[in-house]
Design a protein around this ligand. Structure first.
Ligand SMILES: *Cc1c(COP(=O)(O)O)cnc(C)c1O
Length: 367
């Protein structure tokens, strides 16, 4: 049996006709940027995310960048980010000229928490970017409380956790501006690049809309040196169809994760994803840990199972961040994760046979 890491077919086959007719509708409309499709998607996504505003943008990295820019974060400021995040979170901080300050995550949930964040706050700190890693919501209530006490902005990086919540409040609805990605492989994915910013603030939403479109509120009148970071009509139309299926697909991700956890829980040599009892997990990824990662990955591949590593090199050890002058040992939890994590295959529509086969191969490796 061959099990790929990800297979779009079960999702995409089920919506083939709808997607094709959306394509034709946009094709025939002769209108491709900033129109009805974007308006409709923004309305639907803001309702889904329970925020006053959702603003479609070009991708997740741009959503993070645009958020920091719109909040006025700039050179000389410090922005707190997890030491174990995807590089995009950190790049956005660099783009506005600010300095990333890394905070180690909780070793069990892999998310950063208020206590550790508090230790890194200085007079230069301007914002915190919590990341809901692998699909599990961070403890946002205490992070917001800390941010409010300290006068800091919060930008949630919600690229991996569409629809997750903590205490009944959704990820992407806590921070001042929140960024998400619709990269194809994300829980809500376009057929290309896409992203969004969600917020309850009219004022910040207005800034984002201006920056996203050349710094212009009125055509050919430019108030700030803005960007072209728009979400096009075709992607908005596709995303709207996929959004209507997201809850069902999320439930399926949770079914698959539960099945893996049930079949793998008694293997002592691996650490399974741990659910924070206060928050939900939408399993963008099912990530296990083992100090035999290389051998396990090879064994699985030889038996037809593809896996990935999210992520093999933590940001502070990337060549791109040489100038921050961190060496190995600076952030031991992030480094240990980079050495040990392995993401098992998972996609909505994955069959029981496939899940069982992957589980069986993992078991037989450790026997
Ligand atoms: C995917 C991702 C991003 C970047 O999104 P793109 O749309 O690929 O630019 C940012 N942060 C996290 C945590 C991600 O997983």
């Amino acid at each position: 049996m061959k099990v790929p890491f990800l297979n779009f077919s079960p999702m995409h086959d089920a919506i083939r006709e709808e997607m094709a007719s959306a394509f034709q509708r946009v094709y025939d409309s002769n209108w491709f940027v900033m129109g009805k499709e974007l308006d409709a998607f923004e309305k639907a996504y803001s309702e889904f995310n329970q925020t006053n505003h959702a603003i479609g943008v070009s991708n997740g990295l741009d959503a993070l960048h645009l958020s920091l820019k719109s909040l006025g974060v700039s050179k000389g400021d410090e922005v707190i980010v997890p030491s174990n995040t995807y590089i995009a979170t950190v790049l956005a901080v660099s783009y506005v000229g600010a300095t990333p300050v890394f905070v180690e995550p909780n070793e069990r949930t892999y998310n950063i928490e208020a206590d550790n964040i508090a230790n890194k706050i200085t007079s230069k700190t301007k914002a915190i970017i919590p990341v809901h890693l692998y699909g599990q919501s961070a403890r946002m209530d205490s992070i917001m409380e800390l941010a409010n006490q300290s006068g800091l902005f919060v930008v949630e990086d919600n690229a991996q956790a569409h629809g997750a919540e903590c205490g009944g409040k959704l990820t992407g609805s806590w921070g001042h501006l929140n960024a998400t990605s619709f990269y194809p492989g994300k829980n809500l994915g376009a057929l290309g690049d896409g992203g969004a910013i969600t917020t309850n603030s009219d004022e910040f939403a207005d800034m984002v809309k201006m920056y996203r479109n050349y710094g212009s509120r009125e055509k050919y009148v430019n108030e700030v040196p803005g960007y072209n970071m728009r979400l096009d009509e075709m992607q908005a139309a596709f995303l709207n169809i996929k959004l209507a299926n997201l809850k069902k697909w999320t439930a399926d991700r949770q079914r698959i994760a539960a099945s893996y956890s049930k079949q793998l829980h008694d293997i002592e040599q691996i650490i399974l994803p741990e659910k924070d009892e206060k928050c939900s997990h939408v399993y963008h990824l099912y990530v296990i840990r083992t100090n035999k990662r290389k051998e396990l990955q090879e064994y699985l591949l030889n038996n037809g199972v593809s896996t990935l590593i999210h992520y093999p090199i933590p940001p502070h050890l990337q060549k791109a961040y040489d100038d921050l002058n961190f060496s190995r040992g600076a952030f031991p939890i992030a480094e240990k994760m980079a050495d040990e994590v392995l993401s098992l295959p998972l996609w909505p529509g994955m069959s029981e046979d496939e899940i069982n086969y992957v589980s069986k191969q993992v078991r037989s490796f450790f026997k």
